[in-house]
Design a protein around this ligand. Structure first.
Ligand SMILES: Cc1ncc(COP(=O)(O)O)c(C=O)c1O
Length: 382
């Protein structure tokens, strides 16, 4: 079956008890057992619950994974993956990563004796150069955040595997309707499902999907032991969101391309970072992996300082000034003071997160309205 058919039907089979066409929200935290010491399919909802299991089946199918796990947030999912490592191990991560992941790696993983080296994910040779004998994981984003870099995933998978390390890919910006990292050699794909998978800014959630059943079981063991599971209501909302994922992505990617092309022509815009633009350094690679859908996140710089950039971000009427992304509503933010505020000044300078950088998440509104909104906001800061 095709992607969007599976998104609607796999994991959403009619409820055998009632015939309900949508998965019921099972709030039960505990389940009657067939006998003392005999376990049924479910026993305690941290270990598994019917609504969560349903959406995990959908996610595993769409990612082409041996299994998927749903978490209470994207960070809970990333943290679970990091707990595969132990004291003395080393992670190589892309420079262009979410601020919260940067914080987790530098301020939490270090407490367990796990070291991290950042390297530009779009340059596989630099990832290779950063590998150490104790490197156990490489962690990159399939579309980097906020510079929109595209890593060569098969090359990085090869580098990691030759040295006995795992490749984990945060594919939050490129959900499975447009990119499936496991097919390109990754071992684990992670999502902040709060974003495109949920799609409506109402469901904080995270996902890990593993290519291999043994790895899936190990991640399940850690998830169950540490407890960052997704609740029943959020599991339901996530599954509902996924049913329209392909349609939303198609429209949002198309609008994003039109907006990026318009921004590129704007006299006040000095730089546009969008993988769908021919001017993007990784455009050819993006085409190879994503066909003609390049996501709906755009970063751009204006010819202004921190204050003028703030004026643009605060002057839009349709684009909401907020972190997060991937929903039907368009959002705008200033990475230096918002999503990447946890980067120190040196790191910001090194990774190109300038004061005049603006990041937008293109939603499902009419692109002509979005362009008009951006235009008046940019002009207001002149
Ligand atoms: C690329 C990326 N990864 C991970 C996360 C963390 O996800 P969550 O906020 O669901 O914990 C985010 C959140 O914005 C993100 O943008």
């Amino acid at each position: 079956m095709k992607f969007r058919t599976r998104a609607i039907h796999v994991g959403s089979e009619p409820d055998p008890a009632t015939g309900a066409v949508v998965t019921p929200i099972h709030l039960a935290t505990t389940f009657i057992q067939p006998g003392a010491g005999v376990w049924g399919q479910f026993d305690y909802s941290r270990s598994g619950s019917p609504t969560r299991t349903a959406v995990e089946r959908t996610l595993a199918d769409l990612e082409g994974a041996a299994g998927a796990l749903a978490f209470s947030s994207g960070m809970a999912a990333t943290h679970c993956a990091s707990m595969l490592l132990k004291s003395g191990d080393h992670i190589v991560a892309g420079c262009d990563i979410y601020g919260g992941t940067y914080r987790l790696l530098h301020k939490i993983c270090n407490r367990s004796g796990i070291a991290v080296t950042l390297a530009p994910a779009e340059d596989a040779a630099q990832i290779e150069a950063a590998m150490q004998p104790n490197t156990k994981m490489v962690w990159v984003e399939s579309i980097g955040n906020p510079m929109m870099t595209i890593p060569d995933l098969p090359a990085i998978a090869d580098i990691a595997h030759r040295r006995g390390a795992l490749l984990g890919v945060d594919s939050t910006f490129a959900p499975p309707a447009i990119l499936r990292p496991l097919e390109l050699g990754a071992d684990i794909v992670m999502h902040s499902a709060t974003k495109y998978l949920g799609g409506h800014s109402d469901c904080l959630s995270g996902v890990l999907a593993a290519r291999d059943i043994a790895l899936h079981k190990e991640l399940y063991f850690i998830q169950n032991a540490t407890g960052g599971v997704l609740g029943a209501l959020e599991s339901f909302l996530l599954q509902r969101g996924i049913k329209t994922l392909e349609l939303r992505m198609r429209e949002q990617c198309q609008s994003a391309l039109a907006i990026a092309q318009w921004l590129e022509q704007h006299p006040r815009v000095t730089r546009v970072l969008y993988p769908g633009l021919v001017s993007h350094t990784n455009h050819e690679r993006a085409k190879k992996y994503m066909g003609n859908q390049f996501g709906a996140m755009i970063s751009f710089e204006i010819d202004g300082d921190l204050e003028k950039t703030k004026i643009v971000c605060q002057s839009t009427k349709l684009f909401g000034l907020a972190v997060s992304l991937g929903a039907v509503e368009s959002l705008i933010e200033q990475p230096a003071s918002m999503s990447h505020a946890s980067y120190d000044a040196q790191a910001k300078a090194k990774f190109g997160i300038s004061d005049s950088l603006i990041r937008i998440s293109v939603g499902l509104e009419d692109p002509a309205d979005l362009i008009a909104d951006l235009d008046q906001a940019i002009c207001r800061s002149a």
